[in-house]
Design a protein around this ligand. Sequence first.
Ligand code: NDP
Length: 498
Amino acid sequence: MATSQVTRYNNYIGGQWVEAGTGRTYSIYNPASKDTVLGEFQTSGVEDALKAVDAAQEALAGWAGTPAPIRAGVLFRAIEILRQRGDDIARTITLEEGKPLSDAQGEVKRAMNIMEYAAGEGRRMFGYTTPSELPDTVAYTVRRPLGVVAIITPWNFPIAIPAWKIAPALICGNTIVFKPASATPWSAVKLMEVFEEAGLPPGVMNMVTGPGASVGNALVESPLVKGISFTGSTEIGTGIYAQGAGLLKKVQCEMGGKNAVILLADADLDKALGGIIQGAFGSTGQRCTATSRVIVEEPIYDQFMEELIDRTSKLKIGDGLDPEVDVSPLASKSQFDIVMEYIGMGTEEGADLVYGGNSVTGGIYDQGYYIEPTIFTGVGLDMRIAQEEIFGPVLTVFKANDLQDAIQISNSVKFGLSSSVYTKDLTQAFEYINTVEAGMVHVNAPTLGGEVHLPFGGLKSSGVGHREQGTEAVAFFSEVITVYIDHAASARERARFI
Ligand code: NDP
């Protein structure tokens, strides 16, 4: 596509769409049509990030002083705008990230649900009152915003993840600098436009595109930024958490996963297969909650493998805009390379490649980053494909003697985001619930997803800091202030502790 036809998008700072001070831009391409430029975006630098922080700081007093139910009005308007533009925004997600259009539509719906829940918090955001140990004294708690918060997000849910951070941050009275993933700035611009049109005052939310190492890092380091909400890789999140802690900031990091399904011999096999295939290959395995391991109880292993391969072979691979497609392209060349490298590594490590393993080529496939759904068996627990997050359509299958053995395999990784068991036995289900190391636990359902009014997040290397969504999000994006009011008519002796 000729450069002259490409739309250039700016940063949003202090209520204005502005170019980066660096004078540089970069282009993004459609992963299903890799020569098609989708847009040109600002390659911002540290100065741009700091300008956005200043704008957010300037807007803070006004927004923090706006009653929460009035702040909620902006979110309700944003929901309406998202509803009107849902189809266009879903298409943008598919063009930019590659996921099937139905997944993108689901993502937009999820963002709307999150905003609805957060807007409702504008009329709750409970503190509590409690009896004081002194007479004529009232003791209660209130919530106050943190101040300016940085929102740093990954590319795989370019609307829903920003929304589930931005909406609670706004309702709690914080002002925001939003740094989207460099791979998905187009969706971010569209989300920013929604909030602008919903009537957010200038400076309350700012958006700066550009490299994490400079723009993101400047936000983490800025003394004016009091809270950091990050979702992304464990490697980057660990660094941000350490940096933020050193500066005494409130930090939440949602990171990688290596999620396992445990399949017990008594399970409904048909139901389990549906959930496993959706979890492993839906959204091309590029979900933090994707199923990347299945641990199967020995008596049903052979039957399971036969049906797994049969059903996987029927999945349709193609452009996410095609409504018939089950498995769309990887989101980028770098993601494609990483996944192909892991597939090669699995074979070299001695695992058995029993299905897929190739890039898909010829015809439309030459235009995109397509990889076959891939299945490994005979995987050793010490292999890298057993331990590391691959973030692609690659499933590793393990055999277990019984539930205890399966839980041990499930817990043998450093991650602990999501997990699932398929069984009809309540005793086994509860043993699993009580011992599996994961922040989100499913019974007879895929490892995917979650509802917006319930906490979302992981244990171990998958998450640190507060959970996201539900009331936990309000807990993260606010400080609790304790208030004591002495309304006694005259002076009195006070207790002499702390
Ligand atoms: P990255 O960690 O590479 O990037 C995440 C964000 O951090 C991007 O905006 C990135 O910017 C930015 N960043 C990079 N370096 C720095 C830095 N030094 N300081 C501040 N910010 C920085 O993750 P991906 O975008 O590749 O996303 C995929 C990962 O996200 C997977 O590991 C996946 O599991 C995880 N994830 C976790 C979820 C959860 O809830 N647990 C949900 C969804 C995804 P830039 O793009 O410019 O590099």
